[in-house]
Design a protein around this ligand. Structure first.
Ligand code: LRH
Ligand code: MN
Ligand code: MN
Length: 388
């Protein structure tokens, strides 16, 4: 295989998962701007996600968030997904929006609240069974706001106990991925604030527990590619939640704030063998589009990941190794920058034509008439998440 053929094959094999909540209305705590034509239920969210897949050819799965995507019949939801041309991806749990969780969920000091949270997580595994999803994504808003509010280590014990209960419930071919976040909504301590804490819990649980790297969940200046390299080396990188980070957890289009960082992260993925499907790394978007139209923004995000992936795949690995081993600092850096500075859009356009797709997915979507159709048909779309 020529170099270009191999790069195209890897790009065609990459899968980028879209989040159901990214298709609903979204905003900040100051204002949610309603848009016309947004989905009114999970079925319509899947239909919108199918548009992203139809335009890009690489987004065949959709993450659900429970209870935002609660339905009576999950098998029917999975069947609908298949009908419109997608599949159910990860099941995201939600232990942060009930009044009961004021002091936390699985790390709450009251055993009754912890039980309620664990019951929800077990219900999410039932939903995995019903939809054919293979992954449970766990993010906990648990933490404290004030020094002395609770015992830091005791909260870790409670968290570990809950995780073990859910881990034991996982069936054949199912796994859990644990997401960390530095702060928010808790401001003093967060119970899973960083990759080290997530990794320590996963290590104790067993091989079906992996870490999720949400690119918006770090302190400014954190070297995310280093984290990626370490987790891949340990076989514990489960997934990415991609989004941009201008200031904190912005959840805007991936690659918008810092496309070079996205390239560096994906270069670390490639260097660690993370593009090999056997590595089991899921590439997901975790975004909410506040002011821009949802479906084209999601398509743009998929393209941003693809473009950064293409650049990472174009890094001349042999030349890089030679320069590294020779201690050629500038030469090694130049190999990386040559790949980053390559315009990969013609290559991706060519690949899409080979896949029978329009070379310009955003334009193809806009010309297709779907946006006008949903504006005409849908009245009263739902909010992405909080308050839905
Ligand atoms: C938390 C988070 C997590 C949630 C999603 C809606 O900030 O990144 O992944 O499930 O946002
Ligand atoms: Mn996330
Ligand atoms: Mn987040």
């Amino acid at each position: 295989m020529s170099g270009t053929t191999a790069v195209k094959a890897a790009l065609q094999a990459q899968r980028i998962e879209t989040p159901s909540w990214g298709f609903g209305n979204s905003g900040t705590r100051f204002k949610v701007f309603a848009q016309q034509g947004v989905p009114r239920d999970p079925f319509e969210k899947l239909a919108d996600a199918a548009q992203v897949h139809a335009a890009t050819g690489v987004a065949p799965t959709v993450s659900l968030h429970i209870p935002w995507d609660k339905v009576d019949d999950y098998a029917a939801l999975a069947a609908h997904a298949a009908d419109v041309g997608v599949r159910i991806g990860m099941i995201n749990s939600n232990t942060f929006q009930d009044d009961a969780y004021r002091l936390g969920s699985v790390a709450h000091p009251d055993a009754a609240v912890r039980r309620r949270a664990v019951d929800h997580l077990l219900e999410c595994v039932d939903i995995m069974d019903a939809t054919g999803s293979d992954s449970l994504k766990l993010w906990f808003a648990d933490g404290t706001n004030y020094p002395g509010q609770d015992d830091i280590a005791a909260r870790q014990d409670r968290l570990a106990e809950a995780l073990a209960r859910v881990y034991d419930r996982l069936g054949e071919g199912q796994r859990m991925v644990l997401e960390y976040k530095l702060f928010e909504p808790a401001f003093y301590t967060t119970d899973v604030p960083d990759w080290g804490t997530a990794y320590a819990h996963c290590l104790k649980l067993g091989p079906k527990a992996k870490v999720v790297v949400d690119t918006g969940h770090h302190a400014p200046g954190t070297n995310i590619e280093f984290i990626v390299a370490i987790l891949l080396r340990e076989g514990r990188l489960g997934a990415f939640d991609f989004n941009s980070r201008f200031y904190a957890d912005d959840d805007l289009m991936v690659g918008a704030a810092d496309p070079f960082q996205l390239f560096r992260i994906l270069h670390a993925v490639r260097a660690g063998g993370g593009f090999d499907p056997a590595a089991g790394v899921a590439f997901m978007l975790d975004q909410c589009h506040n002011i821009e139209p949802k479906i084209p923004a999601m398509i743009r995000s998929v393209l941003n990941v693809q473009e950064a992936t293409a650049k990472a795949l174009l890094v001349d690995a042999d030349a890089l190794r030679t320069a590294q081993l020779a201690g050629d600092v500038l030469g090694a850096n130049a190999v990386l920058m040559d790949a980053y500075n390559t315009d990969v859009r013609p290559l991706l356009a060519e690949l899409r034509e080979e896949m029978g797709l329009d070379p310009n997915p955003v334009a193809a979507y806009q010309a297709g008439g779907y946006a006008e159709k949903i504006v005409a048909e849908r009245v009263g779309g739902t909010q992405a998440g909080w308050g839905a």
